[in-house]
Design a protein around this ligand. Structure first.
Ligand code: HEM
Length: 216
């Protein structure tokens, strides 16, 4: 099962930006360019990967640099957000459904965990929000992951942010989640033991591996 998510997301993202070879190696650094903890060698490798992806997009016939940039941004912003969200939400479904047939699993309409655990904003002027006084330059970290624990499943819609920068990938991400649920619910097999290993990542919440035993 673990191996199935990564190629699915790569194919899905490739179809979305209309290039055939959008896949990355499992240890790709492409979406980790936001990471503050990355050393120089890895940073160089990440930049080389971004340049190679840009070249592949251009080779697919896209010449307008704004279009190239848009496709690149979608790959970088969407890939780990989608992989992490699907993987951890599947983990939740499988954990709750241990020993049950796939057909009896409960796939929620909205994913139960997010691959984007937090976002940040910076105050540009003095402002007080809910009693919290902010000075210009103060950074505020918004813990989106907490919406997964609110008790009201509808709150998970907030996983995609809000306002001017609301996630542009939200409709297709939800469509992908629904399609995966529909597919898995049709399997004639039973959910066995689950192993999930987190990736060491300061931006996204994404497992390094997710393995599920499937039983007859
Ligand atoms: C379930 C998976 C996803 C989650 C949880 C997620 C979450 C988010 C969040 C929280 C933001 C807001 C960031 C902020 O306000 O600072 C965002 C922005 C964005 N997302 Fe996603 N995302 C997901 C999938 C995708 C996919 C698949 C794509 C592309 C196909 C995508 C493209 C974008 C883009 C382009 C933005 C920037 C929007 C802007 O700044 O105007 N996302 N996402």
């Amino acid at each position: 099962m673990a191996e199935a998510i990564e190629p699915f997301v790569a194919d899905f993202m490739g179809a979305l930006i209309d290039i055939e070879d959008a896949g990355f190696d499992a240890d790709s650094l492409i979406s980790r360019i936001f990471s503050r903890g990355m050393g120089i060698a890895k940073r160089k490798r990440a930049e080389a990967e971004v340049a190679a992806l840009r070249a592949r997009i251009e080779a697919s016939g896209v010449s307008d640099q704004a279009d190239v940039g848009q496709k690149l941004a979608m790959m970088i912003l969407g890939r780990d957000a989608l992989t992490g969200t699907i993987a951890y939400s599947l983990r939740d479904v499988f954990e709750a459904g241990q020993g049950r047939p796939f057909a009896a699993l409960d796939f929620p309409e909205l994913p139960s965990s997010t691959g984007v655990p937090y976002i940040e904003r910076m105050a540009h002027e003095r402002v007080t929000i809910d009693g919290l006084a902010l000075q210009p330059g103060d950074r505020v970290r918004i813990m989106l992951r907490a919406f997964g624990h609110s008790g009201d499943p509808r709150d998970r819609a907030q996983f995609f942010g809000t306002g001017a920068h609301t996630c542009l990938g939200r409709p297709i991400a939800l469509e992908a989640w629904a399609a995966i649920g529909a597919f898995l619910s049709g399997l004639p097999t039973t959910v066995g033991p689950l192993r999930c290993t987190p990736r060491n990542d300061d931006i996204f919440a994404i497992p390094a591996s997710l393995e599920l035993e499937v039983r007859p």
